[in-house]
Design a protein around this ligand. Structure first.
Ligand SMILES: Cc1cc2nc3c(=O)[nH]c(=O)nc-3n(C[C@H](O)[C@H](O)[C@H](O)COP(=O)(O)OP(=O)(O)OC[C@H]3O[C@@H](n4cnc5c(N)ncnc54)[C@H](O)[C@@H]3O)c2cc1C
Length: 490
């Protein structure tokens, strides 16, 4: 096998996973990272005894992380451990209904039947259908390059493909959920999965119901030392395989000779390389890091996923009524998505997500305290994110918590930090702070997503949440697997 000098730009989860895979194959791998630490959107804040994961909080398919940690079969015990959550999420509605989404499907269905009268079988059959759909689509749409979809599909038995052929590609996720469930509460609960890749259930195709399969059938997990421990474990694995990380090093351009990229410019020096893998958000990559290249269609016609405003609150009390993952639903879900994707403004009655890692990781907050990560979905950066807009959003979030939980959080906030689309853009290089690159608000989105191998430059590859197969930890890890396959095949 030919050993290459490979330079990866960006140490997000996709960048580190690619580094591990390529180093394990014997390549010499260098990672350039503009920040002082690894992780990108998966960051952490520590303050006065509190620790917050700044980005992802929902962890599914942990075996993809295990696979990387065991890639060289070194049998050295790695220090990354996680546990399965018994309760996936606690959902709160304004009419006082509370649903505990138990990990076990029949228990979850029982809870929904008792609380709101939705027939148990509706939930059980929906999740079974989502599982079949996932099994039919994952190899084609997640773990392999999309341009080899037909090739991959041929390897799957025709009967396993049936669920994919049966689903109406033009139906939206919301319409699909309307067909399955009687209760508005359950429809809203399953519609919410569209937000897992920054999309709207009223626009995204029904096939995205597979997302609920991951949380409910394969399970939701949490690392024993918090989400950032995923980055730490993978970073140490990469280093042990000989990967070199250069922090505080921003790639500022590419050196191109005869349609081949021969080097990367940084503020300090030019770095020669045989292969480039970019883990930078593609919308940022073509505008800044690799601006020498012609923008492809996926970037010229980009339709961005949602962004977020997050309040990290160190709370001076514990709240037994809350779990690790909590959702306080908006009363007007359609209005919320119209505001995000059409009006491009912050919705006054947002769905509020409260994530409290200290419920599981006791050391994440001082004794008798909690670390609240309070997030609302908003449009990507525009002109409606001035200080007064953020202040109004904060007041609305506090109002919502008071109304639904009967708690005035303001009384207990001991520490506060805020992330906005602007700070997400600055800290992670994500264009306009979009959390998942382009959205999936069209039936064509999966096909229009930027590919993992450049069609023009033979030695340029792309990984991470803004390219195929999409955003979120499992898909970023899948993108690294595809990059490995693509590089091995050149
Ligand atoms: C608030 C929030 C909540 C989320 N919640 C979840 C969740 O619950 N579950 C889930 O699975 N996913 C979630 N996600 C999505 C998930 O975090 C991302 O899909 C994933 O972390 C993206 O990884 P990446 O490989 O694309 O790299 P990124 O994290 O985007 O990192 C890119 C890296 O490249 C660096 N970089 C950029 N430009 C340059 C340059 N020119 N030179 C050198 N370095 C550069 C950046 O500094 C950064 O470190 C969330 C994201 C956010 C922001």
């Amino acid at each position: 096998m030919k050993q290459n000098k490979i330079t990866i730009i960006g140490s997000g989860i996709g960048g580190i996973a690619s580094a591990i895979r390529l180093a394990a194959k014997g390549h010499k791998v260098l990672v350039l990272e503009k920040n002082k630490v690894a992780g990108g959107k998966m960051g952490q804040i520590k303050h006065d005894g509190f620790r917050f994961d700044t980005g992802p909080s929902l962890f599914t398919l942990p075996q993809l992380v295990d696979e990387l940690l065991n890639i060289d079969n070194s049998h050295k015990r790695h220090s990354f451990n996680y546990k399965k959550l018994e309760n996936v999420c606690r959902y709160f509605y304004e009419d006082g209904i509370i649903i505990n989404a138990h990990a076990e499907a029949s228990e979850f269905a029982g809870e929904v039947a008792t609380k709101i009268g939705e027939p148990k079988d509706n939930i059980i059959e929906y999740l079974a259908n989502a599982k079949k759909l996932y099994n039919a689509t994952s190899d084609i749409f997640i773990f392999n390059p999309l341009n080899r979809a037909l090739e991959t599909a041929k390897r799957i038995t025709p009967s396993a493909l049936k669920p994919l052929l049966r689903i109406n590609p033009l139906r939206t996720m919301h319409r699909e959920n309307l067909r399955w469930f009687k209760s508005d509460h359950v429809i809203q609960l399953f519609d919410r999965y569209a937000t897992y890749n920054g999309s709207s259930p009223y626009l995204a195709p029904s096939v995205l119901k597979v997302i609920s399969h991951l949380e409910h059938n394969t399970g939701a997990y949490f690392p024993e030392k918090g989400m950032y421990n995923i980055v730490e474990a993978l970073y140490h694995k990469a280093v042990s395989l000989g990967v070199e990380f250069r922090f505080g090093t921003e790639a500022t351009g590419l050196i191109i000779n005869n349609n081949t990229i021969t080097g990367i410019k940084t503020k300090k020096e030019d770095i020669k390389t045989g292969i480039v893998v970019s883990d930078v958000d593609v919308n940022t990559f073509y505008r800044y890091t690799g601006r020498e290249l012609t923008k492809p269609r996926a970037v010229k016609k980009s339709s961005l996923s949602s962004s977020a405003i997050i309040f990290y609150w160190g709370m001076d009390r514990t709240f037994p009524e809350l779990d690790i993952h909590n959702i306080l639903f908006s009363k007007d879900y359609k209005g919320e998505f119209d505001a995000i994707f059409h009006k491009k403004e912050i919705f006054p009655d947002p769905t509020v997500y409260i994530f409290i890692s200290s419920k599981v990781v006791k050391t994440d907050a001082p004794e008798r305290c909690e670390n609240w990560f309070v997030m609302i979905n908003v449009p990507p950066l525009g002109d409606k994110f001035r200080k007064e807009h953020i202040n109004t959003a904060r007041q609305n979030v506090i109002g919502k918590i008071q109304k639904v939980l009967n708690i005035n959080p303001e009384m207990y906030i001991r520490f506060e930090e805020v992330a906005t689309p602007e700070t997400i853009q600055t800290l992670t290089g994500s264009f306009k702070g979009a959390l998942y690159g382009n959205n999936s608000n069209s039936v064509w989105s999966a096909f229009l997503r930027h590919k993992n191998h450049s069609s023009k430059y033979r030695n340029l590859f792309f990984t991470g949440g803004s390219v195929h197969p999409g955003g979120g930890i499992p898909l970023c890890l899948a993108s690294a697997g595809i990059v490995e396959k693509e590089i091995e095949s050149i």
